[in-house]
Design a protein around this ligand. Structure first.
Ligand code: SAM
Length: 242
């Protein structure tokens, strides 16, 4: 069992820096037109996908490589009666045609992948004028090897770039207008949001000893290494709108 299995088991709805409050904060800064097509990559149990569908009346397609996340996301959308399309996908090229999306959302997803090819996929599927919103964990400064090793082992993070390096990755993937909507140290005192029960997403496996061990290890690592952990909400365009 790994960190993402544990998140799926507890039905976590906002497993990204800043939690759902962070999602609300970027949503207040971003305009998505009614009827726009929005792809969320790494949607987890679908809380943000459902919020986007409801708030913007957008056509939302949300994908994840974790089947249990997608199963729980479908339960959430059914409970809320929202028309979000959820799909389990394989890691790698996104299974969508080029220039079919108005926005791509990724909340704490890219960091678990080799970033450059995944950012090129975000770019490929976007229509010209479309944009990415990406909440990413970032390093306050270049991480010592032992700290990076801890993040690799605890979370499966591939690399933890600084915010400057994230922006560079976006520029290298041909994005333009790359900017930070929000940034700062990862909030460690955010209130816990135990909303999963309301949708029946906390199922029996949430109480397995391995799940508790992994969630406790997450809290220990976050507390121990808080000084290294920043985050940013990046917005980046495929061609700036005129
Ligand atoms: C830390 S969780 C965040 C989930 C959700 N975005 C949230 O904020 O609650 C990362 C999620 O990204 C998914 N993921 C990682 N790499 C992915 C990829 N290349 N394509 C699709 N999903 C991916 C994982 O399975 C996991 O559900």
């Amino acid at each position: 069992m790994n960190y993402h299995d544990a998140l799926a088991a507890v039905g976590a709805g906002s497993a990204h820096p800043g939690g759902f409050a962070g999602t609300r904060a970027w949503m207040q800064k971003v305009h998505i037109a009614p009827g726009a097509t929005v792809l969320e990559v790494g949607c987890g149990t679908g809380r943000t996908a459902c919020a986007i569908s409801a708030a913007y009346n957008a056509k939302v397609i949300a994908v994840d490589i974790h089947p249990q996340m997608i199963a729980k996301a479908k339960v959430r959308a059914q409970t809320l009666n929202l028309p979000v399309t959820f799909m389990t996908i394989d890691r790698g090229p996104l299974p969508f045609d080029a220039e079919t999306m108005d926005a791509v959302i990724a909340e704490s997803v890219t960091v678990f992948n080799d970033a450059p090819p995944l950012l090129r996929e975000y770019h490929r599927v976007l229509r010209p004028g479309g944009f990415v919103i990406d909440i990413e964990m970032s390093a306050a400064a270049k991480l010592p090897d032992d700290v990076m090793q801890t993040f690799r082992e605890t979370y499966g993070a591939v690399a933890v770039p600084t915010l400057q390096q994230w922006k560079r990755h976006y520029a290298d993937a041909q994005f333009t207008g790359v900017r930070l909507l929000l940034s700062g140290p990862v909030p460690t005192s955010a209130p816990r949001e135990d909303e999963s029960d309301a949708y029946g997403l906390v199922t029996g496996e949430a109480y397995a000893p391995d799940v508790w061990r992994i969630m406790q290890e997450n809290e220990r690592v976050m507390a121990t290494h808080a000084k290294w952990l920043h985050y940013g909400v990046i917005q980046a365009y495929k061609q700036l709108p005129q």
